[in-house]
Design a protein around this ligand. Structure first.
Ligand code: NAD
Length: 489
């Protein structure tokens, strides 16, 4: 069965390209998919354009589009186990995590089925009884939706659900590293009744299909989640035709811990915050900023727990963490470990591949903790996107806030303290898109997600995540037409 979906038909790449899909647990090729080139991407864009301009999707009652989202949510739950297994094979994450992902994706479709029908148009009182002035909203047009490999289906759902309920037509481009669950999602969208051309799917390398998807004049909006360098390139590519662009990029997320915490809770929170999914999380808490008086004890606890994390095949019960996504990504992480050592950070644990014979073929890397870090180090400032924790110490609240904001990114951060007022004060001062107090990681579809500063622009989830996919129009109607009479001649 071909894997590209254009104008309501499944097809192979025009030039016959294919790509191996690799299981990061054992480096085995477990699937082969069609690999698009620029011409396939252009065909998908033109199909989406035709469906938007000539089809009825954008003009259909919003309730019909919301109903499609609800049907997709039902189908996601019907196929929950199959999708979760595929996501685990593709990414290496544990099945428990993949199941949560499918449930979260379902919740996103359900949320936008409700949020999409909420009335946002309004009338404006312009102070003239003969004028009816309305602010109305409609779809933007053709949207290119590009997702990364760490949460392949989840990140795509944050885009596709609001885009569709708002009446747009879309071209989906998942990461070439993890394309399979997005193919499944498109099959579900087709089964749920998405009209031909409304949803199109392009699989392929970013460099090959990216220009057609991000600079083509027929595209109105690009929504991208991925790395900073790619985000910059996409923003530039889209600038020529002044498209709407949303970029959700990386992070270097502080976890600030004050001395008044319950130590065991703080250790567990720090551990989960940084080592979940082997640190391949945009909001991962890689920068531990801890009050000096408890630092040694807290760090010792994190190190001891990190050594006990059980690695293995994400499909097996009892496994707590999988591998990194690819050999190439592990090399990047290893490069950062070497850099940390060169920069003088003190390696407390990890920093290497595990010895376990079962893990030799996969792309595993031990959870790594560096102590004695300072803000001048690249390992403290750059996104490693791996299981690497850096530790810095502070003495005053002011210093903690300074370090928490001492990054060019601004995606997420956390403060752990039992002093309620201090927690609120610090949260208020942190310049990050999400701040957790006494927690690390949770998010809900109802609340906006996104970055400040170089973590991106625009928002996903919540009402703002829908507004990204709507145009705003002011309609002014004079009920008693009269000559303006400005010119006298
Ligand atoms: P990436 O930037 O390498 O790739 C992301 C996507 O962009 C892929 O689908 C890729 O094929 C595509 N792409 C690459 N070059 C392109 C081009 N020139 N034109 C168009 N598309 C192109 O990122 P990645 O390695 O897949 O993902 C990891 C990054 O994603 C990390 O930096 C992480 O922080 C970030 N991320 C951010 C969020 C968030 O919500 N802010 C969420 C998840 C991941």
């Amino acid at each position: 069965m071909p894997d590209l979906f254009v104008a309501g038909r499944w097809r192979s790449a025009a030039a016959g390209g294919t790509r191996d899909v690799v299981n990061p647990f054992d480096a085995e090729v477990f699937a082969v998919v069609d690999e698009a080139a620029a011409e396939d991407a252009e065909a998908a864009v033109l199909a989406a354009r035709a469906a938007f301009d000539e089809g009825s999707w954008a003009r259909a009652p919003v309730a019909e589009r919301a109903a499609l989202l609800d049907r997709v949510a039902d189908l996601l739950q019907r196929d929950r186990e199959e999708i979760a297994r595929t996501e685990t094979l593709d990414t290496g994450k544990t099945l428990a995590e993949s199941r949560i992902d499918v449930d979260d994706v379902t919740a996103v479709f359900r949320y936008y089925a409700r949020e999409g029908v909420v009335e946002v148009d309004r009338t404006v009182d312009v102070g003239r009884p003969e004028v009816v002035s309305r602010v109305v909203h409609h779809a933007v047009g053709v949207c290119t939706l590009i997702a990364p490999w760490n949460y392949p289906l989840l990140q795509m759902s944050w885009k596709v659900a609001p885009a569709l309920v708002a009446g747009n037509t879309v071209v989906l481009k998942p990461s070439e590293v993890t394309p399979l669950t997005t193919v499944h999602l498109v099959r579900l969208l087709e089964e749920a009744g998405a009209p031909p051309g409304v949803v199109n799917l392009v699989l392929g390398a970013g460099g090959a299909v990216g220009p057609a998807l991000t600079s083509h004049p027929a595209v109105d909006l690009v929504s991208f989640t991925g790395g900073l360098a790619t985000g910059r390139a996409i923003a530039k590519a889209a600038a020529e035709t002044v498209k709407r662009v949303t970029v959700e990029l990386g992070g270097k997320n502080p976890n600030i811990v004050f001395a008044d915490v319950d130590l065991d809770v703080a250790i567990d929170t720090a551990l989960t915050g940084v080592f979940l999914h082997s640190g391949q999380v945009c909001s991962s808490g890689t920068r531990l900023i801890v009050e000096e008086s408890i630092a040694d004890e807290l760090v010792a606890g994190v190190v001891e727990r990190a050594r006990r994390i059980r690695f293995g095949n994400g499909l097996e019960d009892g496994v707590e963490s999988g591998p990194l996504v690819s050999a190439q990504h592990r090399e990047k992480v290893e490069g950062y470990v070497a850099l940390g050592q060169q920069e003088g950070a003190r390696l407390l644990t990890g920093g290497r591949r595990p010895d376990d014979p079962v893990l030799q073929r996969g792309f595993f890397h031990e959870p790594t903790v560096f102590d004695d870090c300072d803000r001048g180090m690249r390992i403290v400032q750059e996104e490693t996107f791996g299981p690497i924790l850096t530790v810095e110490r502070f003495r005053t609240e002011e210093e903690a806030v300074f370090l928490g904001n001492d990054t060019t990114y601004g995606l997420a951060g956390a403060v752990q303290t039992l002093d309620v007022e201090r927690g609120e004060r610090v949260a208020g001062a942190l310049r990050h898109g999400t701040v957790w107090i006494n927690d690390f990681g949770p998010y809900v579809p109802q609340a906006e997600w996104g970055g400040q500063r170089m973590s991106g622009n625009g928002r996903e989830l919540g009402p703002a995540g829908l507004a990204e996919y709507r145009e705003t129009k002011h309609v002014w109607r004079t009920t008693r037409p009269a000559a303006p009479g400005w010119f006298r001649g």
